[in-house]
Design a protein around this ligand. Structure first.
Ligand SMILES: NC(=O)c1ccc[n+]([C@@H]2O[C@H](COP(=O)([O-])OP(=O)(O)OC[C@H]3O[C@@H](n4cnc5c(N)ncnc54)[C@H](O)[C@@H]3O)[C@@H](O)[C@H]2O)c1
Ligand SMILES: [Zn+2]
Ligand SMILES: [Zn+2]
Length: 308
């Protein structure tokens, strides 16, 4: 089959690779009909390079049609139309019973000090082949795949794989009080969706980004925007809009590669990702190389006793 493979920093290529096969009774194989690209894939393209091997297949937002099932895949049947969530979870362990599926103990990567395995997401998360490919092996297929009806186009369902639940969950975790406000940092797909979900639920939303077309898109959907490229200080601008207090809640939809702040973390991230992986991987796990400018601004922008 053809698949998108990681070959090195800033080097990804579509290659011919072996078709996946059933390896466990709980595996299924799907033929991928659509797959999305995520902001999280950008981290693999550069920063997380030390945790990938050349040839690793990327992608964690696929949907398709079940092609083959193992002997223990529950009611999943060949021909079912399914969306595949990013997390690989069993559905029946201690963590899954409590609905912390991203911490599934059946697929957990204890040797890496991490949670559940993820599709196409490095050695830290099981080095499972990803879904930007013609076919995908789906472990724990008795639980993960979401069956969707025939008929409507793939785009109606595809975002269930990762970005829409992520954004929805961010709004839920933000615990915005009735009649309250939320600031959303970052207006990529996650921030756009989180902002629109919060608006849909009736909250006041103030979003922050510096990309003109992303800011314009948010405005079109009734969201107030602080343009980070024109204001001196984003958190002051947010306080000015909220009686000097800050918003009740804040969502960080930027993540580890934030713009702004000190140049040092940016440089450290670049340098760490360029060292040979034997040196950089343990260094990055111990020291961390997240650029925290957005997170720091989030903490600053939330009102006292609010929720980030
Ligand atoms: N399941 C999950 O937990 C999950 C799923 C999807 C994405 N993510 C993460 O969510 C984050 C956002 O994803 P995305 O696809 O929207 O990414 P994206 O890269 O498209 O968007 C990030 C946006 O943040 C903006 N930004 C950068 N620095 C900023 C700052 N200091 N202040 C305000 N805005 C700033 C950028 O201009 C950009 O528009 C990523 O870190 C991604 O890894 C997590
Ligand atoms: Zn994703
Ligand atoms: Zn589990």
């Amino acid at each position: 089959m053809r698949a998108l493979t990681w070959q090195g920093q800033q080097d990804v290529r579509v290659e011919t690779v072996p078709d996946p096969t059933i390896q466990q009774p709980t595996d299924a194989i799907i033929k991928v009909t659509s797959t999305a690209i995520c902001g999280s894939d950008l981290h693999l393209y550069e920063v997380l390079g030390p945790f990938l091997d050349p040839g690793d297949i990327l992608g964690h937002e696929p949907m398709g049609v079940v092609e083959e099932v193992g002997s223990d895949t529950g009611d999943l049947e060949v021909g079912d139309r399914v969306v595949i969530p990013f997390n690989i979870s069993c559905g029946h362990c201690w963590m899954c019973e409590r609905q912390w599926f991203a911490q599934c103990e059946t697929t957990q990567n204890r040797d890496q000090g991490m949670g559940a395995s993820l599709f196409g997401y490095t050695k830290l998360y099981g080095q499972v082949a990803g879904g930007q490919a013609e076919y995908l092996r789906v472990p724990q297929a008795q639980f993960g795949p979401i069956k969707v009806p025939e008929g409507p186009a793939d785009e109606r369902f595809l975002y269930l794989s990762d970005v829409l639940p992520t954004a929805w969950q961010a709004v839920a975790y933000a615990r915005i009080p009735d009649g309250g406000s939320v600031a959303v940092f970052g207006l990529g797909p996650i921030g756009q969706m989180a902002a629109r979900i919060a608006r849909h639920q009736g909250f006041r939303v103030i979003a922050v980004d510096s990309v003109p077309e992303r800011n314009a898109m948010a405005r079109r959907h009734g969201i107030e925007v602080v343009d980070a490229s024109t204001v001196d200080d984003v958190t002051t601008a947010i306080r000015d809009l909220t009686d000097g207090r800050g918003t009740d809640s804040v969502i960080d939809a930027v993540g580890m590669e934030a713009h702004g702040g000190s140049a040092i973390p940016q440089l450290a991230q670049k340098m760490a990702s360029k060292l040979p992986s034997a040196i950089s991987a343990p260094l990055m796990q111990v020291a961390g190389v997240d650029r925290t400018a957005a997170l720091v601004a989030c903490v600053d922008a939330v009102r006292r006793a609010g929720t980030v």
